[in-house]
Design a protein around this ligand. Sequence first.
Ligand code: 4NP
Length: 144
Amino acid sequence: MVCLGNICRSPLAEGILQSKVDPDNVFVDSAGTAGYHVGNPPDSRSIAVARKYGLDISRQKCRRFSEMDFMEFDHIYVMDRSNYSNVASLATNAMEASKIKLLLDEVDLGIDEVPDPYYGGEDGFEKVYKMIDMACEAIAKKLN
Ligand code: 4NP
């Protein structure tokens, strides 16, 4: 799960998808394309909305997406088109590039990007949570 900062959207996506799959079979992680917040926990508003829905994401630590992730992971879900191009620019072959997908392409919500809630209010985090939850439900059905 990849976004820009790895403190708002992708930590939610990591926590939500991991909660829906068998942890013995599926490993979920998240990363950001930028390094501004490396080592930090998720944004307090993401922690709060996750807690509201019964998930504890407070122990996650921000890291930056790396080329090695193309080898480690079978699927790389990005939150928006900008994340897509940032990640795609690090791919070294077509097989790596084919692992990158827009998260919302997994569902039919009428939008294909998870909006960045960083500069908005709490309701943005609630909306983003619901979108990510629906997409992760679809992914989990395929993986389980
Ligand atoms: P995220 O949101 O990509 O969903 O983690 C952001 C978090 C931080 C910043 C931008 C987006 N920032 O500019 O620091």
